[in-house]
Design a protein around this ligand. Structure first.
Ligand SMILES: [Zn+2]
Length: 499
């Protein structure tokens, strides 16, 4: 009996566990049996591999071919295993030497003509494989994303034949050099384009400096969405490992673009988005919006219009920074550490509090509208502010406000202080860490106690005010929190019950 073992990778969340593809040739009725794939995928893989081998003038063995993909309990999409299966059949049938097999991993879908097609998730596969010391053979069309991994050996090929020539030693594939992509963090819409709204801009700066979640409350057309879109460019640059994580998720969703390298993601799903679109899922689980926003910003406009059940699902990633996607008996975890920015109108028609007197909503309608976001989710938002209509004089002014770059310098300074003190942003401090890292003066303590009873803050709400005050103090370069920092933090804790 002839045997070949070929190394490949499956996908599970953002990791790519090893899969070995074993091919056995034996006597008996000619035919191909594939073990470890779903039924329809078996059929498709079998047909593609057979056609591709014949098209490349190889002989398809007239024997009983058994292909086993192990471990059996790992979910597998068939396409990526076409190339390892084809190579396994060629080695087991003696049409290719086996001496180089163990030094390589393979993934690629075959067209019937033997051309290699792009596969989903090439980046997470190469990331998982890079420390195993094998060269990774990929379709040329999947190379761009894999090449951002510095310490991996990547070989790319356009056809099955060129992979065979490499293994036969007649035409070795040249190793690809890692790409050093330009960082584009400073690009994007600029804060200087937003007229007026000094209070909101200051709040945005604080949110950026401490990675705080933010709710913007105001009538239509006051720039809530403009402000939210400008947050990513205010944030500190992603680290190499953060950038790789974000790129790996994009790769899994089939959306990798080298133009987005090191750019913090900004995701703004519509309020009609389904639960699956938001958190991820599907037959082969794919990341949802919360994961596509990993290390970036998730913007939910028209917050009260969202289905309450969909919104409730956000509580898990907001607490843990990851999301568990369940499908039948299988569970997959995707990272989902995003900064939440939400926006809403003050009332159903949007014009409450506006000088025009256009709002005809009853107090009961307003109360019910606000109630939709109160409770569980509101308790997880650090800052809530008003974004009122801008006065005509501010709109007419041609004077430019501060640029995003200037604000980002202060954000980077404040963020650096947080990393030095506690290794993470203030917005990510757990309640027990708040007490350890947020020292306050006695005047600050007294003001907090007063606010707590006046605003009837929950314990969660209290901790959020302290964390925001810590960020205000960091922006000011102060080592402990004073009353002035607490006072400003309280101003960003707008109560939803008040009009
Ligand atoms: Zn109204």
């Amino acid at each position: 009996m002839a045997v070949a073992i070929v190394h490949s990778r499956g996908l599970s969340g953002v990791s790519a566990p090893r899969v070995s593809v074993e091919v056995h040739l034996a006597g008996g009725l000619p035919g191909v049996h594939i073990v470890g794939l779903a039924e329809t995928e078996v059929r498709e893989a079998r047909d593609r591999v057979r056609a591709a081998l014949q098209h490349a003038q190889f002989e398809f063995p007239a024997r009983k071919v058994t292909v086993s993909l192990a471990p059996a309990d790992l979910p597998k999409e068939s396409g990526r295993f076409d190339l390892p299966i084809a190579i396994g059949i060629l080695v087991a049938s003696g049409q290719l030497p086996d001496d180089k097999l163990d030094a390589h991993e393979f993934a690629g879908e075959l067209a019937l003509t033997g051309e290699l097609r792009a596969i989903r998730g090439a980046l997470p596969m190469v990331l998982s494989a890079r420390h195993d010391g094998r060269a990774f053979v990929l379709p040329k069309a999947s190379a761009a994303e894999a090449m951002i991994v510095k310490d991996a050996t990547i070989l790319t090929a356009r056809t099955l034949l060129s992979v065979c020539a490499h293994l036969a030693g007649t035409a070795p594939l040249p190793p690809m050099l890692a790409d050093v992509l330009p960082s584009r963090t400073s690009e994007g819409p600029d804060l200087a384009d937003v007229r007026g709204q000094l209070h909101a801009k200051r709040a945005l700066e604080i949110a950026a400096a401490g990675f705080h979640s933010l709710l913007l409350l105001g009538p239509p057309g006051t720039g809530k969405s403009m402000l939210a879109h400008r947050l990513p460019a205010l944030l500190p640059e992603m680290t190499e490992s953060e950038a790789l994580e974000a790129a790996a998720i994009a790769s899994l969703a089939g959306r990798f673009s080298s133009d987005r390298w090191r750019v913090r993601p900004f995701r703004a799903p519509h309020h009609t988005a389904s639960g699956i679109a938001l958190v991820g899922g599907g037959g082969v689980p794919r990341p949802g919006e919360v994961s596509l926003a990993h290390h970036g910003v998730l913007f939910l406009d028209e917050l009260p219009e969202w289905d309450r059940r969909v919104i409730d699902v956000l509580r898990e990633p907001l607490e843990s920074g990851s999301i568990l996607v369940s499908r039948a008996a299988r569970q997959t975890t995707f990272p989902a550490q995003f900064q939440l920015v939400a926006a809403m109108n003050p009332c159903p028609c949007g014009w409450l509090g506006h000088g025009s007197g256009r709002c005809l909503c009853t107090p009961e309608q307003v109360r019910r509208y606000r109630w939709r976001v109160s409770g569980a989710l509101y308790d997880r938002i650090d800052m809530a502010i008003d974004v009122p209509a801008v006065e005509a004089s501010a709109m007419a002014s041609t004077a430019n406000g501060e640029s995003s770059a200037a604000v980002r310098d202060r954000v980077v300074f404040a963020h650096g202080r947080q990393l030095e003190r506690q290794g993470k942003a203030n917005g990510r401090l757990a309640p027990s860490e708040v007490e350890r890292h947020c020292r306050r003066s006695s005047a600050a303590e007294a003001l907090l106690a007063q606010a707590m009873s006046r605003m009837s803050l929950s314990a969660r709400g209290y901790h959020r005010v302290v964390k925001v005050a810590r960020t205000v103090a960091d922006l000011a370069g102060a080592s402990s929190i004073d009353a002035i920092h607490v006072a400003e933090a309280i101003a960003y804790r707008r109560e939803l019950t008040a009009a």
